[in-house]
Design a protein around this ligand. Structure first.
Ligand SMILES: CC(C)(COP(=O)(O)OP(=O)(O)OC[C@H]1O[C@@H](n2cnc3c(N)ncnc32)[C@H](O)[C@@H]1OP(=O)(O)O)[C@@H](O)C(=O)NCCC(=O)NCCS
Length: 129
């Protein structure tokens, strides 16, 4: 299941008419944060973008699906891999993997300081990690 599905609009394009990388990065950050929020059972802050590969361009009107998977859980941090697929021509099922990134989130408390990731068996969420 993708964490997000979204279609970039003309306002998300760069001066050449393709989708602006910063817009894609923002969506990736949101998509990656969702499993981190569930796993940490609370708020998180992005501490690092470990890698980011824009392998193929994204065009206005592509339907983007953002898949996110937790790859590491530390004491206070969670690292998530995000893959982005673009459906370019939906009637012909033309799908291209356009972007892959790895980001690290830190679980934070109300004071915005790091907090420990709770053990898996303490979570009430039905989400499977
Ligand atoms: C997130 C924040 C609260 C963490 O506080 P901190 O004192 O810097 O964190 P720490 O040094 O204790 O490290 C916390 C965790 O992050 C990890 N970490 C630190 N630097 C890292 C890096 N460069 N890459 C990956 N992980 C890193 C640490 O290993 C630690 O993980 P662990 O507890 O699982 O071992 C603080 O850095 C912050 O507020 N940053 C701004 C966040 C933000 O505004 N993000 C939005 C983007 S602008």
């Amino acid at each position: 299941m993708p964490q997000l599905r979204v279609m970039p609009m003309p306002a998300d394009a760069n001066v050449y008419g393709d989708v602006f990388g910063g817009w894609i990065m923002a969506q990736v950050d949101i998509a990656g944060s969702l499993p981190a929020v569930r796993r940490s059972n609370g708020r998180v802050a992005t501490i690092a973008v470990n890698s980011f590969l824009f392998k193929h361009p994204v065009f206005v009107g592509d339907l983007l699906s953002f898949y996110a998977e937790i790859v590491k859980v530390g004491n206070t941090s969670i690292t998530v891999n995000v893959e982005v697929y673009a459906e370019r021509n939906r009637l012909q099922a033309d799908t291209v993997k356009v972007t892959e990134a790895t980001l690290t989130y830190v679980a934070t408390g109300e004071d915005r300081k790091p907090r420990l990731i709770p053990p898996l068996d303490s979570l009430t969420s039905t989400y499977t990690f």
